[in-house]
Design a protein around this ligand. Structure first.
Ligand code: ZN
Length: 230
């Protein structure tokens, strides 16, 4: 629904874009900017290809909030977009497996990361449990090579959110088992816990989640380019 509205043509915006186009007189050979062109040359993550994978999408809503009104597939894409912006500011080349409300198979997500030679893969999810009291943050990894990334992301994410630290867990989820690079699956919080459901739809909480994941990634790469979380 959110995405349908965004697709409607707005004549005023079209006119503004045309004016900008003629004033600048250039839009690059392909007519759109690539992630590299907006990256600062000296950023701490320059040259790193990072795949962000917002879970679910399209006909797969992921987990449904305890209120019945919020869906995991929307919550995670906003966190992913904030994370993408932060990473690109430090020069990373970010590939999103999806940046709209559509579904990709798990295999398509993995193939994208493997074919593009990603340095790391980060899948973003909301957790769910029949027990509505359960709340907190968990980061999953599968291969031993992914453990340091999981530890770093979990530490910084919990610090940023002030959430219950469930810790890192090893589990054979497809997207972290089949990817050929350090890969983690982040469960930011429980959409089935009334308090965390409210937080997960709050834009400032989502931004803090992105900042926390970003700080974990920066720290993993040995960079001091973390952001302060407020
Ligand atoms: Zn999920």
């Amino acid at each position: 629904m959110v995405y349908g509205r965004r697709l409607e043509a707005n004549p005023l915006i079209t006119l503004l874009l045309l004016i900008i186009f003629f004033l600048t007189g250039m839009s690059g050979p392909s007519g759109k900017s690539t992630p590299q062109s907006s990256s600062p040359a000296g950023g701490a993550l320059t040259g790193k290809v990072i795949v962000i994978d917002p879970g679910h999408g399209g006909p797969d809503p992921g987990a449904v909030g305890v209120s019945g009104r919020t869906l995991e597939k929307y919550n995670v894409i906003w966190i992913a977009r904030d994370l993408k912006n932060l990473l690109e500011k430090e020069g990373a080349e970010v590939i999103m497996t999806r940046d709209g409300d559509h579904y990709l198979t798990l295999d398509a997500r993995v193939r994208l990361a493997n074919q593009r030679g990603a340095a790391i893969f980060v899948s973003i999810h909301n957790d769910a449990n029949l027990n509505r009291q359960i709340r907190g943050t968990t980061t999953y990894y599968y291969n031993a090579v992914s453990r340091p990334l999981a530890a770093s992301v979990q530490r910084e994410l919990v610090r940023a959110l002030g959430s219950n630290d469930i810790g890192i867990r090893q589990a054979p989820f497809y997207v972290i088992r089949k990817t050929h690079m350090p890969a983690v699956l982040v469960e930011v919080g429980f959409i089935t816990n009334a308090n965390e459901e409210k937080l997960l739809v709050d834009p400032s909480y989502r931004l803090r989640a992105a900042q926390g994941i970003y700080n974990g990634i920066a720290s993993y790469f040995g960079s001091k380019a973390g952001v302060s979380v407020r």
